[in-house]
Design a protein around this ligand. Structure first.
Ligand code: CA
Ligand code: CA
Ligand code: CA
Ligand code: CA
Length: 347
């Protein structure tokens, strides 16, 4: 029973065995392999009786990997869709998920994974696309109540491609143990903010375009010297000062970190004490102002999200206290975990 999924290099090391894997699991590392491209697009031509493929997979209990191909030859010029592939899955309990995807396109395409309910007019529940910088893989979080869902994988472009390409989508349980807050001593403590706003770097104002801009000041991201690898999570700590910048934020703190050679994804967990303080974070490629990741909730005293990154690269992690925050100055802890969990196996 378990052999169908064994031996793949693409699975997370803690994936364990996969009981009840369907016999059509396909290549190593795949829990299910696409079978019916021409009819698996739930938004396709009704005359073709399209429907998501019945994978028989339960998700949320252990990592499940869907393997498929973005096929060519049925480009939809109205929507720019190269191919869309739907997969029907179930959950028996309420689940928190981390969804990862990777693909092998050799040209720049928009690649998306969306999760819908199975109503006659399906509702989009959550999903994600490749970001503007990291094009070949991505990750996002979502939660589902017990039920049946369609995972729709799609790729968009201005024209059809010359050649098809492979992809993998992993739906893994996002357990509290995956990236818990680090309780060990901080590996880095904010250093450059004592005399004002020396580390602010980016102004965030949703009333102006672009929303993210370099500040006019001669400030700089703090060079933490930290490299985020996959075995060891790091903790950083800082203070959000009671200091009102001329944007949507009070104090803003930017930190320069690097990713290790095997790190393709970061999970960031930002915590502070007072739930009336509203701290947010953003992730930018170093020296750029296009954010590739964020967590911008308005309630509670924790922000938590994942962001796809490139290995061996430099990033700015920016932490700000939103205007209207009370309880400043507020100390905060930022735990960052690196992952290299999903790689596209050799096609
Ligand atoms: Ca396909
Ligand atoms: Ca299809
Ligand atoms: Ca600060
Ligand atoms: Ca600052």
């Amino acid at each position: 029973m378990v052999a169908a999924c064994g031996g793949g290099g693409a699975r997370s090391p803690d994936a364990g065995v996969t009981p009840d894997a369907p016999s059509d699991a396909g290549p190593p590392g795949c829990s299910y392999a696409e079978r019916a491209d021409t009819s698996n697009d739930p938004a396709g031509d009704p005359g073709g009786r399209p429907m998501a493929e019945p994978t028989g997979l339960e998700i949320g209990t252990e990592p499940r990997t869907l393997c498929g191909t973005i096929h060519t030859g049925h480009f939809n010029s109205d929507t720019g869709t190269i191919d869309a592939d739907g997969y029907r899955v179930t959950t028996t309990g309420a689940v928190d998920l981390v969804v990862r995807f990777a693909h092998s396109a050799n040209t720049d395409v928009e690649f998306s994974v969306f999760v819908f309910d199975t109503a006659q007019n399906p509702a989009l529940l959550f999903g994600g696309s490749n970001n503007t910088i990291v094009r070949d893989h991505g990750a996002f979080l979502g939660s589902l109540p017990p039920g049946t869902y369609d995972v729709v994988v799609s790729a968009h472009n201005s024209a059809d491609l010359a050649t098809p390409f492979e992809y993998r989508v992993q739906l893994a349980p996002d357990l509290p143990t995956r990236c818990p807050a680090v309780t060990a001593a901080a590996a880095y403590t904010e250093a450059g903010d004592a005399a004002g706003t020396g580390n602010d770097v980016i102004s965030v104002d949703f009333d102006v375009d672009p929303h993210f801009q370099l500040t006019a000041a001669a400030d700089a991201a703090e060079p933490t010297g930290l490299t985020i690898d996959t075995p060891t999570a790091v903790r950083m700590t800082g203070t959000s000062a009671n200091e009102d910048a001329d944007d949507d934020y009070m104090d803003r703190d930017a930190y320069l970190v690097r990713t290790a050679a095997g790190t393709t994804e970061l999970t960031l967990r930002l915590r502070w004490a007072d739930e009336h303080t509203d701290l947010n974070y953003l992730v930018f490629p170093a020296d750029q102002t296009d954010a590739i990741g964020s967590s911008l909730r308005f309630e509670g005293n924790e922000e938590y999200n994942v962001v796809a990154v490139r290995p061996s690269s430099a990033y700015w992690v920016w932490v700000g206290s939103h205007d209207g925050s009370t309880g400043l100055p507020a100390t905060y802890d930022l735990s960052i975990c690196g992952s290299g969990d999903l790689q596209l196996g050799s096609p």
